[in-house]
Design a protein around this ligand. Structure first.
Ligand code: NAP
Length: 294
């Protein structure tokens, strides 16, 4: 792949910053401009070598871009696309990292009419940290990145974005946007909502002597790690994939009801079968994918 001459990263946080660092490490980008609202975050990004220069002004920053990477929370998409629509060069490719793809495409198509050079993408990698201080070059290595182009998407633009992600160390696959949103609701959005709900359920159960977290150990720490994720980001993801997430919450509620019923009936066989099926499914997943699947 030819190096990207000028990459503009709108949203220089964990994901946007890590894309920049990964491409710099691979020698695939000549100049990166970071765009955001917080001066402190952008100054830190420059200090850490995440970006070469920065701006608060989206319209100005994209004027000379080859690739524009959108890495902001999902509900900021329309305002970000609106800000760039008059100054975006005709040849520039726009791509994103957002966690829900149908809403990303709707925002792009509604704001950048005829923009066939928008290539929706979602790296399946992350941490519960935020901001440019959390970015690191190895974040995407061996992880999947899903592209969800459709018939309108320019094929050369898709190839360029696919090459960009391969340069970060990602494995790349293509998928229908709706299929992506359904699967990610199950394996990503549901676990995050469940972690938030679990921590809330537990935190309300203290008494005058103790708060419940005093007794929590590794199991609680593992299960609740993602409840430390950005509340704003997860509000946006849940709202942008509302129907699929509601469907997944119904599925979980049904599983929990089965467990409750088994306990009410003292049905040890049902519990054992249920726990065994879950253990086998998780063990098989780990055996196949190891630690490189998030
Ligand atoms: P992050 O670390 O909080 O970074 C988000 C960046 O967006 C910040 O630099 C923030 O800077 C900027 N921003 C926020 N609101 C904005 C607005 N209204 N206009 C312009 N810039 C804005 O979050 P992240 O984890 O990198 O997530 C970014 C995107 O990646 C999200 O769409 C998320 O769905 C997706 N994603 C996240 C993960 C994950 O595990 N974290 C994984 C895959 C995909 P300022 O506040 O200074 O503007």
């Amino acid at each position: 792949m030819n190096p990207i001459k000028h990459l503009v990263v709108i949203g220089t946080g964990l994901i946007g910053g890590s894309v920049s660092l990964a491409l710099k490490k691979a020698g695939r980008v000549e100049r990166v401009t970071g765009v955001g609202r917080s001066r402190d975050n952008l100054v830190l990004a420059k200090k850490r070598g995440v970006v070469d220069d920065w701006s608060h002004d989206i319209a100005e920053a994209v004027k000379d871009a080859d690739i524009v990477l959108i890495a902001v929370p999902m509900t900021a998409y329309v305002s970000v696309f609106s800000a760039m629509k008059d100054t975006l060069p005709a040849k520039a490719i726009v791509t994103d990292v957002g966690s829900t793809k149908q809403s990303a495409i709707a925002a792009a198509r509604g704001t950048l009419p005829g923009c066939s050079r928008f290539v929706p993408a979602h790296p399946i990698a992350g941490t519960e940290q935020s901001g440019s201080g959390a970015a690191f070059a190895e974040l995407f290595e061996h992880h999947l990145c899903i592209l969800t182009p459709d018939k309108q998407t320019d094929s050369a633009a898709i190839q360029r974005v696919e090459d960009m992600w391969k340069s970060t160390g990602s494995r790349v696959m293509r998928m229908e946007p709706a299929e992506h949103d359904d699967f990610l609701a199950a394996v990503s959005h549901l676990p995050h909502l469940t972690a938030f709900a679990l921590v809330n359920a537990v935190r309300k159960q203290g008494n005058e002597q103790h708060e419940p977290f005093e007794f929590a150990a590794g199991g609680f720490r593992d299960f609740s790690r993602i409840a430390s994720s950005s509340p704003q980001m997860w509000r946006d993801i849940a709202l942008c994939n509302r129907e699929a997430v509601i469907h997944q919450l119904d599925a979980l509620q049904s599983e929990l009801n089965d467990l409750k019923l088994a306990l009410q009936n003292g049905d040890g066989d049902l519990l054992l079968n249920n726990f065994t099926a879950a253990k086998q499914a998780r063990d098989a997943w780990l055996a196949k994918h190891g630690e490189h699947q998030s």
